[in-house]
Design a protein around this ligand. Structure first.
Ligand code: DAH
Length: 340
């Protein structure tokens, strides 16, 4: 019996050592120490031994049992550690993996140009004001000295909402709104969206943006207008960019001028962009027509003023050398994200 016990101990110790999972250890425990286990069976057979051998054998069985239990426990602890380590490894998250990319947005080039334009005039003491895009004929035309049936209305290709309401064709109605509600001195810019019934092409769109400027005070002259636009040109396009005034006509200004800038592409030398002239036409301007001042309730014997209106998209095209207006509307991110 003693040999049998030793044999069991050796074999069991070996198989405990070889167990790879906690569950295997439990099987081993049951098959040896359980109710129908091998060792339990031996213990039951003790009755058949001569009485004088029983204590010695009993002691031996207990020793073997204790040794096996101890080994089971030790191995169980080892396997538990291993299993935990394996579980942690399989559940591990690689915190260094790059996340899903969310590209940063960028400003639209038209907005970059507009912000720059606003910044320049605010720096010169102007206040930026806004007016409605759906406008009364009264402000869009009448108060600007463009009465019904005036040929200048044709030039504006107006979208009519009804007889008295239009989608504003320029930002000039905002000057009329300001003049009728404020007293001089007035110094404002009016950026915003305008509408014209034009076919879209490389230089036209039915929706575009303008920025109007208006200054009214005592003793305002054409020289102030010229100096202001020269400073604007310098800040917007760089040193050496000047303005040139050509006589023109607008019903709301007298005298009126079309204003050119030195071609930023050739710096005035003459190139394809400026058709060899060295100048690029960019805006309309003039001294506010005294008739307009009077219609808006401003004393034209005391006050004078200048006004100008420029296309924002046009400024963006010039600033960034963009050849076609359509690029600004097609929303191709490959194009748009170049400008930041
Ligand atoms: N309103 C004109 C247009 O849309 C632009 C303009 C010209 C505005 C002369 C002015 C100005 O304020 O004085 O074409």
């Amino acid at each position: 019996m003693e040999n049998k016990l030793r044999e069991i101990q050796l074999r069991v110790m070996q198989s405990i050592e070889e167990a790879r999972q906690s569950a295997n250890l439990e099987q081993i425990r049951v098959s040896i120490l359980g109710k129908k286990g091998e060792l339990t069976g031996l213990l039951r057979g003790m009755g058949k031994l001569p009485p004088e051998e029983r204590p010695k054998m009993g002691q031996l069985v207990n020793d073997v049992r204790a040794a096996i239990e101890e080994k089971l426990e030790a191995r169980a602890a080892e396997l538990k550690e291993k299993e935990k380590a394996a579980r942690l490894e399989s559940e591990a998250i690689d915190v260094t993996l790059p996340g899903p990319e969310r590209g940063a947005g960028s400003l639209h080039p038209m907005n970059i140009a507009l912000q720059k334009m606003i910044e320049i005039f605010v720096g010169m003491g102007y206040e930026a004001v806004e007016g409605p895009e759906v406008e009364f004929d009264h402000y869009n035309f009448e108060l600007l000295n463009i009465p019904k049936n005036h040929p200048a209305r044709d030039a504006q290709d107006t979208f009519y909402v009804d007889d008295n309401i239009v989608l504003r064709t320029h930002t000039s109605p905002v000057q009329a709104r300001i003049m009728t509600t404020r007293k001089p001195p007035i110094r404002v810019i009016c950026p915003g969206r305008v509408y014209r019934a034009d076919e879209a092409d490389a230089t036209h769109s039915p929706v575009f943006h303008q920025m109007e400027g208006l200054v009214i005070d005592e003793n305002i002259t054409m020289g102030d207008l010229k100096g202001t636009l020269d400073e604007f040109a310098r800040q917007m396009f760089g040193e050496g960019i000047r303005t040139r005034f050509r006589p023109s006509f607008f019903p709301f200004t007298e005298p009126s001028a079309e204003v050119d800038l030195t071609c930023a592409n050739c710096r005035g030398e003459g190139c394809r962009m400026c058709k060899g002239t060295g100048w690029i036409e960019v805006l309309g301007a003039g001294m506010v027509n005294p008739r307009v001042l009077e219609m808006c309730g401003i004393d034209s014997t005391k006050y004078s003023g200048f006004a100008f209106g420029m296309g924002v998209e046009r400024m963006a095209l010039l600033k960034y050398n963009i050849p076609n207006l359509r690029y600004l509307y097609e929303n191709d991110l490959r194009f748009l994200t170049q400008y930041r």
